[in-house]
Ligand binder design. Structure first.
Ligand code: PHE
Length: 352
């Protein structure tokens, strides 16, 4: 036997001894053993590869001893592995139970939903019930029943997205509703007075998207119909709302305005809840901020909806949710509400 071959045989038997004598007392040492002897870069692999240097007459015998070595190493590894696996559960090896867990991040309610809920809650406590209507509306509910006659310029107060535009008959048009006042009509058509209804929803207008206007936003509509409902009832209801929503010290003022479906119509300002009326950027140093449109339901609208205007009167109002949320939370760009920027949204964690 040449000396090179003899050396290889010697190495195999030495390694068999090291394998047999290797002391393994924990999972880390077992892994060390695996890497040293049986891993893809282990010593046994090297000895197997060395068969090419063995004298041809000895290759068979060499192959046998290296295989014995390999089996011995694998058998030892498997024995210990089973032993350690059996211990897992009773003894912490590589699991550290004292490490802090991965936090479960809580989501936040969207500011539009927060404000919508706050407004709706105030009116629900006054006995109003919640109603909703479709976002795709026919001409009747969005316009005609509300006293916007065909071709009347008041229709241009709100630029409309049409889903279907009839060539000859505007009454056949289908559009994305431009205001939640369409839900008023639906409620009046299907409910006998007394009616106390609060109607939140999304509305659409064909406007260029900017910091101050958007092609969709949200409103909360209110409607109260009964015998002898007066403008004083409207004013007191809105004052109560302002005190609940903006703070007990709030004052309101009503400025004359125009909507086709209310007569008289008004816009309501509330004392600036940022500066308390002394003047700041939010109220543009006037001490007042505009918060909603309102008025007494026009008798023609009641009649359109099947309610006898000789017997009943009522009031209605519409509150813009984004506008309210911008004032309340100091948000200065309408687009932020629909960009889903996590840096904005996470500021509302835990808010109710
Ligand atoms: N629908 C009106 C708007 O969108 C608001 C409004 C509602 C005004 C109810 C009066 C009564 O501008």
């Amino acid at each position: 036997m040449d000396t090179g071959t003899q050396t290889l045989f010697d190495q195999v038997s030495e390694m068999l001894q090291s394998v047999q004598q290797a002391s393994i007392s924990n999972a880390a040492e077992l892994e060390q053993f695996r890497i040293e002897f049986i891993g893809s870069k282990g010593k046994v692999k090297d000895l197997l590869a060395a068969i090419k240097d063995v004298a041809p007459s000895e290759k068979k015998a060499y192959g046998q001893v290296v295989n014995q070595l390999k089996q011995a190493a694998e058998a030892k590894y498997n024995d210990f592995k089973e032993q350690f696996e059996a211990q897992i559960g009773t003894q912490a090896t590589d699991i550290d139970l004292s490490l802090p867990g991965d936090p479960i991040e809580l989501g936040a309610r969207h500011p539009v939903q927060l404000v919508r809920q706050q407004i709706v809650d105030i009116f629900v406590r006054m006995g109003y019930s919640i109603a909703e209507g479709p976002e795709i509306e026919d001409d009747w509910h969005n316009f005609s029943a509300l006293n916007f006659p065909p071709y009347h310029p008041a229709r241009d107060m709100q630029d409309t997205f049409f889903v279907y535009k009839d060539a000859t008959d505007p009454l056949k048009d289908i559009a994305l509703r431009t205001h939640t006042s369409s839900v008023q009509v639906r409620v009046m058509e299907t409910t006998k007075p007394p009616i106390r209804s609060i109607m939140p929803g999304r509305v659409y207008r064909n406007e260029t998207v900017s910091a101050r206007s958007h092609c969709f936003f949200h409103q909360v509509e209110g409607l109260y119909i009964d015998r002898n409902v007066s403008f004083a009832d409207l004013k007191q209801t809105l004052l109560h709302f302002a005190r609940e929503f903006y703070g007990a010290e709030s004052k309101i003022r009503l400025r004359p305005s125009y909507f086709p479906f209310t007569e008289p119509s008004a816009e309501m300002d509330v004392t600036c809840f940022i500066c308390g009326g002394t003047g700041c950027n939010v109220c543009k140093h006037s001490g007042w901020v505009e918060v909603l449109g309102c008025g007494m339901v026009d008798p023609a609208v009641l009649d359109n909806c099947g309610i006898d205007s000789n017997e009943y009167t009522g009031f209605a109002f519409g509150i813009g949710i984004e506008r309210t949320a911008m004032l309340k939370y100091g948000i200065n760009d309408l687009r932020l509400f629909s960009e889903n920027d996590i840096r904005l949204l996470r500021q509302f964690r835990g808010a109710v």
